[in-house]
Design a protein around this ligand. Sequence first.
Ligand SMILES: [Zn+2]
Ligand SMILES: [Zn+2]
Length: 410
Amino acid sequence: MSTAAATLADERRPVDRLDAFFEEIAELTGQRNAIDGRLVDIIAEIDRDGLWGSTGCRSIAALVAWKTGISARNAETVVAVAQRADDFPRCTDGLREGRLSLDQVGVIAERAADGSDDHYADLAEVATVNQLRKAVKLEPRPDPTPSPQPTSFITKTVGPGEDYTTWKIRLPRLDASKFEAAHQSHLDALIADWKADQHGDDETFPDGVDAFTSLVEAGWDTEVARRPHGQRTTVVVHVDADKPVAALHLGPLLADDERRYLTCDATCEVWFERHGRVIGSGRTIRTANRRLRRVLEHRDRSCVVPGCGSTRGLHAHHLVHWEDGGLTEPSNLVLLCPFHHRQHHRGAITITGPADHLVVTDADGRELSSASLARAPSTPPPDVPPCRGPLGERAQWWWYTPFEPPPTND
Ligand SMILES: [Zn+2]
Ligand SMILES: [Zn+2]
């Protein structure tokens, strides 16, 4: 902009400048919404036709986050809209035509009842994301069957994707304080260890989850000491000395991929056998010891598969398996999340070392990289009218009628 033009621009009244900016924001917002609409359609098609199976991704949302460089939460919104686009044709059209934002349609797609498309399509034209969220919340939900509150309970919920399990424990006060004291003492011990060890500033500080795991392991160790035949985190593997065949202790014969997966990073008790007879006494080995793990955690930070970033429960994977003479040392080890570790040993992705020149490919042999697909646009933006956004008025909730599902015949 020339100096003269800049002076001219500055001479306009602030209110006019703001109006001009609002005009441009409306234009860009309309285009952005339409682009999100097209993204949603593409993701819906990839999902419907199962095209992402070969990418090594744990979910379609993970693929979206990776390839677009957006957050996991925003990727979930894209996927929610994609998966319910057929249930909400009018709302999704609003997105495609630039009138509604991804977040507005996302709130509806994530929680609104079936058959409410018309209701919310009208409301979304004027309501903010927060107002839509409240409107969806006001929908009558089927009453969960009231059950008498038990005094204590333990429940387990496996979340979507099955990567995490949520345990909910309710204890009477005495047991709860016993648990708290034990948990706290493990946390204190872990923190003391952490402080005593030489470590970088950015190494993860032990938290409540680590303390809980430590508590469980300690309990288990005691149990094993009391009943030596009871197994704990140790996997007992029977390896035939002449053939690469292994069986879990008292378990079924393991497939090649399962055996390699299990023995990659585990506390293993390996029994060498020939013709079904034990020839080597059991030796318990931790394939990657604590100090080595620290080195790997410092180097890799998270699962090394591009686009993953998972940091919990990582396994130390042998690039060349120890059965094949691979060494348990940093250049032959990388950290993998359990999901990608299993994927690799099943052959869904390949990981080739050494660790400092890692190559990860998907099932089709394409090399994976962490970068998103974003690049400078080469086509004009979508031709849609400007989007001025919701009214931003205070909602009058006492006049609002929530969506009521139509009565069913049964
Ligand atoms: Zn492995
Ligand atoms: Zn991973």
